[in-house]
Ligand binder design. Structure first.
Ligand SMILES: NC(=O)c1ccc[n+]([C@@H]2O[C@H](COP(=O)([O-])OP(=O)(O)OC[C@H]3O[C@@H](n4cnc5c(N)ncnc54)[C@H](OP(=O)(O)O)[C@@H]3O)[C@@H](O)[C@H]2O)c1
Length: 183
């Protein structure tokens, strides 16, 4: 749970049943995720101080009103009062609160993807909680949850990464399933 001493990072992600977060770079979840998933997603967004995402995810839906840290190896610095662009090379997710403190405290961070953003947080053991929604769709190919996990089911991928499922519930009659994972 959130502590005053360090940020708490939640990874919120929706995957196909075969574990893909998107069929291609421009395949936003709102094109294929259920209404129930989208409602939970926006609740997570509302609960967070800052969202952290890669450049493609940001550019797919720029929201100047939302506080975002956008990872990019090409662009760095404040582009708006609400948007810090950052090259994560050589820093850790736990450095982020100091970098944004002048604009807004970062206590609850939301990890929004894509794959390399997930990788960066995982490599630093900085994913405190995962909200995973699995939609009953098979993509067959696409962007994986983490690099090197293409074609693997999302639950076993999270277990292999050291997470355990705390709770799980079905969201609709189509078979969409939401679950919460922690270390
Ligand atoms: N299903 C879901 O829950 C979910 C979640 C998020 C996104 N998506 C979808 O996934 C697709 C985009 O994912 P993506 O994996 O292609 O892109 P992405 O992570 O959004 O963006 C990739 C870009 O972000 C920068 N970046 C990310 N991680 C970095 C790192 N560790 N170090 C340096 N730069 C880094 C790089 O930008 P530069 O090229 O500027 O260096 C990289 O080219 C979209 O369709 C999006 O809607 C789905």
């Amino acid at each position: 749970m959130p502590s005053p001493d360090r940020p708490f990072f939640t990874l919120t992600v929706v995957t196909s049943a075969d574990g893909y977060i998107a069929r291609a770079r421009d395949d936003a979840p709102q094109q294929w995720a259920s209404a129930e998933e989208q409602a939970l997603f926006f609740a997570d967004v509302a609960a967070a101080d800052w969202a952290i995402m890669g450049r493609h995810t940001h550019e797919a839906a720029d929201r100047p009103d939302r506080h975002r840290i956008v990872l990019s190896s090409r662009v760095c610095g404040w582009r708006r009062p609400t948007q810090l662009w950052l090259d994560p090379d050589g820093i850790s997710p736990r450095d982020l609160p100091d970098l944004v403190a002048s604009r807004r405290p970062l206590r609850n961070g939301l990890i929004l993807g894509g794959t390399r953003v997930h990788d960066w947080f995982l490599a630093h053991a900085a994913i405190d909680r995962v909200h995973l929604t699995v939609e009953p769709a098979i993509f067959g190919a696409g962007l994986p949850l983490f690099t090197g996990t293409a074609g693997q089911l999302p639950g076993p991928v999270l277990e292999a990464a050291g997470f355990r499922c705390l709770k799980e519930r079905r969201l609709n009659t189509a078979g969409t399933v939401w679950s919460c994972w922690c270390r």
